[in-house]
Design a binder for this molecule. Structure first.
Ligand code: NAD
Length: 294
């Protein structure tokens, strides 16, 4: 089955990027948000990304117009009824995902393939909210989606191998390098990355060094493109907090437990770059100012 019509649920950080790369790959994309205001915000950020590509000369403006013509925003899930493939990128909370998959399973035909972009929730558990365990899998992109080259494709014990291969091929069609993995919490990247990010917060909490010095240490001492606290601000502190809770619940290991400081920052709404404040203040986004948090 050729995947031509793609539904993307959520037009936040990840959903807007996934919608963009699918439309750039020639698919007809419907992207859904929960309100007209959030939809407008998500599509504006997508338009800004496309405009940047045109300015840089990597996307001719006529191609940009075609990409945009293949993209449709909606607040109505019923518009997913003709999709070949639906990918979900909504908040990392199981009850919200349960409600969504239960509704979508009734709207979409039996052959539609479902995928979640979850970072840490069980793909198998989400599949059980539908009647299509064999056509359900994980497709985990990285932020920012149009820039990051990797996608993890995740099978469960019930995923039909043909469906798995189809989505691996779809990932390649989107221009990504695909790694195949199975339904273990955190898959490959977050299994390794999340304990490192949480340790950076613990180091800050314990007074090992300042925000700036922790980031500079990993950038200049280890050659990372950005420090862990900057990366946390990019990923979203709320998203990381939800992920750490899910991973701790699964493995019961301290390395996955959320440090108290992370929890308090999320409670205060300091969710990182998207909120204007995290480990840095983004009042001037071109010059983030490290904050004194301990
Ligand atoms: N941020 C990252 O770096 C990253 C990377 C890979 C995967 N993910 C995963 O992608 C998903 C989305 O993360 P994000 O970073 O785009 O978050 P975000 O905060 O930017 O967007 C969240 C989206 O969820 C929607 N939403 C919130 N509550 C909802 C509800 N009750 N019902 C339906 N929709 C609801 C919002 O409207 C928005 O579209 C999560 O599962 C996350 O784990 C995130």
């Amino acid at each position: 089955m050729a995947i031509e019509r793609v539904g993307v649920v959520g037009c936040g950080l990840m959903g807007s990027g996934i919608a963009q790369v699918a439309a750039q790959a020639g698919c007809h994309v419907t992207v859904r948000e929960v309100s007209p205001q959030l939809l407008e915000k998500g599509l504006q950020s997508l338009d800004k990304n496309l405009a940047r590509l045109v300015e840089k000369g990597t996307l001719p403006s006529s191609d940009r117009d075609q990409v945009r013509a293949r993209l449709r925003g909606t607040t109505n899930l019923n518009e997913f009824k003709d999709c070949d493939f639906v990918i979900e990128a909504i908040v990392e909370l199981l009850p919200a995902k349960r409600e969504l998959w239960t509704a979508l399973d009734k709207i979409c035909p039996k052959q539609t393939i479902f995928a979640s972009n979850t970072s840490s929730l069980s793909i198998t558990e989400m599949a059980t909210f539908t009647q299509r365990l064999d056509r359900f899998l994980g497709m985990h992109f990285f932020n920012p989606v149009p820039v990051m080259k990797l996608v993890e494709v995740i099978r469960t014990i019930a995923t039909d191998p043909k469906v798995f291969d189809e989505i691996v091929a779809f990932g390649a069609k989107l221009g990504k390098t695909v790694v195949r993995t199975s339904d273990r919490t955190g898959f490959i990247v977050n299994r390794l990355l999340v304990p490192y990010l949480l340790d950076a917060v613990r180091a800050l909490e314990e007074g090992v060094a300042s925000v700036e010095d922790i980031d500079n240490s990993m950038k200049l001492g280890c050659g990372h493109p950005m420090g862990p606290l900057t990366l946390l601000d990019f990923v979203g502190l709320d998203t990381t907090y939800y992920i750490s809770n899910i991973m701790f619940d699964e493995f019961k290991e301290k390395r996955f437990a959320s440090p108290p400081l992370l929890k308090r920052m999320v409670l205060a709404g300091w969710n990182g770059r998207k909120a204007g404040r995290g480990f840095y203040d983004y009042a001037d986004p071109a010059r983030p100012k490290p904050l004194q948090l301990t």
